[in-house]
Design a protein around this ligand. Structure first.
Ligand SMILES: [Zn+2]
Length: 417
C-alpha cells in the first residue's frame, strides 16, 4: 500500500500548480519546449518529444513495450500498464502510458515526478513549468524556444512565452472515489465451458452457466448495498484471461472476485465424492492439489487467440507480479473473510484458503481472489449449486464478506494517514 499512498500524495502536491500548455526542458544551454496535451481531463506529454528535448531516444519494441533511453537511465514502459520500470525498481504511475494516434503519451507525472526522482540530474520547477538539469541556471528563457515536437499537437506549441501564458486551472487528477467498485468475474464463457459434470452421468452441469448466474446475483446484492459493480462478462462470451484483469484495472476496481466451480483431476468413484468450497489468492502454488486447480483454471488460455492471447513476456510478468505482491496481504485477508463467510451457508466441507498462481488474478492491481463455490463433479453438490435459492445464499454471504473486508480495509488505511 505504501506505493499507492505515495502516488496519491504526489497527485495532491501536483494539483496545486495549474497545468501548463507546454513545458520547457532546459538541458545545460539547450532549450526545447514540449507541448502538454489534455485528454479526458488528464494531462500528458508525448514520449518522443520529451525524449528529443532531453537528448534521449524513445525505443519502440514489440508487444506494446517502450523504452525511454536517456544518458543517465533507461525506463521501460508498457502501453496500458500503470507501472514503469527502471532497472529492478518498479515505479507506480498515476495513469498508464497510452498510445493515441500512433504516438506514446506519458502521464504528466513523468515531468513532475518520475524524471526528477528516478532519472536523476533533473528538477521540475512548477512556477516556470520548467524541467531542467540541476546544474543549469534557473531563469526564464530569453532565447527563442525551439519546439521539440516535429508534429505539433493542437495549438499547444503556439502558446505565448511562459510569463505571459494565461493561467487556466484544470482538474488534473481524479480524486479517489468515495464509492467502492467491486469487479466480479464469472469464470469461463463462450466456447470455454469450464468443467462439466457430474461424474458418472450425462453432463447437465456446465460451469460457465453457474458462475454467471452466481456472479449476477452477487452483483445484485452488492449494488443494493451501495457498491459499484463491474462485471467482466454479463453474457455467454469468452473474455481472455489477461483482459479480465485489464478490465478491472482500467475501471479502478477496489476488489476483484472471480467465481468458479471445482472438479477433481480424474474421473474415478473416489473423485466423484470430492466436494466443498475453497477460496484462492494469488501466490506460487504450494501443493499438488493447488497446482491442479491452477492448471485447470489457466486452461482457458488455450481458447484465446491473436491479440487476446497471453504474451509470454518476462518484463510483463515481473511488473504484474510486483504490482500484485503489494496486494498479497490484502488478497489473503479477503480470501479468508470470504471463505469464513461461506461456512454458514455451504454444506461443506470447508477446504480452506489456498494459494495459486492464476493468470486471471495475475493481471489485476488490486486485492484479488478466486472462489471455487463447490464441485460440479459431485452429484449432490452439482444439484446444490444449480438451485437458484442456494446461489442467492452463496452470493449474499460473499457480498457480506466483501463489505466486511472493505470496511476493515478502509479503517486500516484511514489509521495510517
Ligand atoms: Zn473454472
Amino acid at each position: 500500500m505504501i506505493g499507492l499512498l505515495l502516488v496519491l500524495q504526489t497527485a495532491a502536491a501536483t494539483m496545486a500548480a495549474p497545468i501548463p500548455t507546454f513545458i520547457v526542458v532546459r538541458d545545460g544551454g539547450a532549450i526545447a519546449s514540449v507541448p502538454v496535451t489534455i485528454d479526458v481531463g488528464q494531462p500528458s506529454v508525448r514520449a518522443d518529444a520529451l525524449m528529443r528535448a532531453m537528448r534521449g531516444v524513445l525505443i519502440t519494441s514489440t508487444n506494446l513495450h517502450y523504452t525511454l533511453s536517456l544518458p543517465r537511465a533507461r525506463i521501460d514502459l508498457i502501453d496500458g500498464i500503470p507501472f514503469a520500470k527502471r532497472d529492478t525498481l518498479t515505479i507506480p504511475l498515476t495513469r498508464a502510458p497510452q498510445v493515441r494516434g500512433g504516438q506514446l503519451y506519458l502521464p504528466f507525472q513523468f515531468v513532475t515526478d518520475v524524471i526528477p526522482r528516478y532519472v536523476g540530474g533533473y528538477v521540475y520547477d512548477p512556477a516556470l513549468s520548467e524541467l531542467r538539469t540541476v546544474t543549469a541556471v534557473a531563469s526564464r528563457p530569453t532565447a527563442s524556444i525551439q519546439s521539440a515536437s516535429s508534429t505539433p499537437v493542437g495549438t499547444a506549441t503556439a502558446a505565448p512565452p511562459v510569463a505571459n501564458r494565461p493561467v487556466t486551472p484544470q482538474p488534473v487528477f481524479r480524486r479517489p472515489p468515495v464509492r467502492k467498485t467491486v469487479v466480479i468475474d464469472a469464470g469461463h464463457g463462450g466456447p470455454d465451458r469450464g468443467m462439466t459434470g457430474p461424474i458418472g452421468s450425462p453432463a447437465w452441469f456446465v460451469e460457465k452457466d453457474v458462475t454467471l448466474s452466481v456472479a449476477q446475483k452477487l452483483a445484485t446484492v452488492l449494488r443494493a448495498r451501495g457498491v459499484d459493480v463491474l462485471m467482466t462478462r454479463t453474457t455467454d462470451t469468452l473474455i481472455a484471461l489477461a483482459d479480465r484483469g485489464k478490465i478491472a484495472n482500467s475501471n479502478h476496481g477496489d476488489v476483484f472476485i472471480s467465481i468458479h466451480v471445482n472438479a477433481p483431476g480424474y474421473n474415478t468413484a473416489a473423485a466423484a465424492r470430492e466436494k466443498g468450497f475453497e477460496t484462492y489468492f494469488l501466490a506460487e502454488a504450494k501443493t499438488e492439489d493447488e497446482r491442479r486447480v491452477q492448471d485447470m483454471e489457466n486452461e482457458s488460455v488455450k481458447f484465446e487467440t491473436g491479440a487476446n492471447a497471453q504474451k509470454g513476456d518476462p518484463l510483463n510478468f515481473i511488473i504484474t507480479d510486483m504490482a500484485q505482491n503489494e496486494h498479497l496481504r490484502e488478497s489473503s485477508d479477503l480470501a479468508l473473510t470470504i471463505q469464513n463467510g461461506l461456512i454458514d451457508v455451504h454444506p461443506g466441507p470447508n477446504r480452506g484458503v489456498q494459494q495459486a498462481n492464476f493468470a486471471v488474478l495475475r493481471g489485476s492491481y488490486m486485492p484479488a481472489v478466486l472462489v471455487e463455490i463447490g464441485f460440479g463433479s459431485n452429484q449432490s453438490e452439482a444439484t446444490y449449486l444449480s438451485d437458484q435459492d442456494n446461489q442467492r445464499a452463496l452470493a449474499r454471504n460473499i457480498a457480506q464478506s466483501v463489505l466486511d473486508y472493505l470496511a476493515h480495509y478502509q479503517s486500516r488505511v484511514g489509521g495510517t494517514r
